[in-house]
Ligand binder design. Structure first.
Ligand SMILES: [Zn+2]
Ligand SMILES: [Zn+2]
Length: 51
């Protein structure tokens, strides 16, 4: 089986991207969006996983 990333996921509500070990978010976009309380139907972080 593939060794999938586990545990960390982007904290932005609309985002399902894996987050890097040194961040709670996959991108600055998600960090900013989460901080200001944006609740999108879909994520706009531009990662393939969220396309
Ligand atoms: Zn995303
Ligand atoms: Zn994200």
């Amino acid at each position: 089986m593939a060794d999938e990333e586990r545990g960390k996921k982007c904290k932005h509500t609309s985002c399902d991207c894996p987050a890097p070990a040194d961040s709670d978010y996959c991108s600055e976009y998600c960090e900013d969006a989460h901080k200001v309380g944006i609740n999108e139907i879909g994520c706009s972080c531009l990662h393939d996983a969220c396309g």
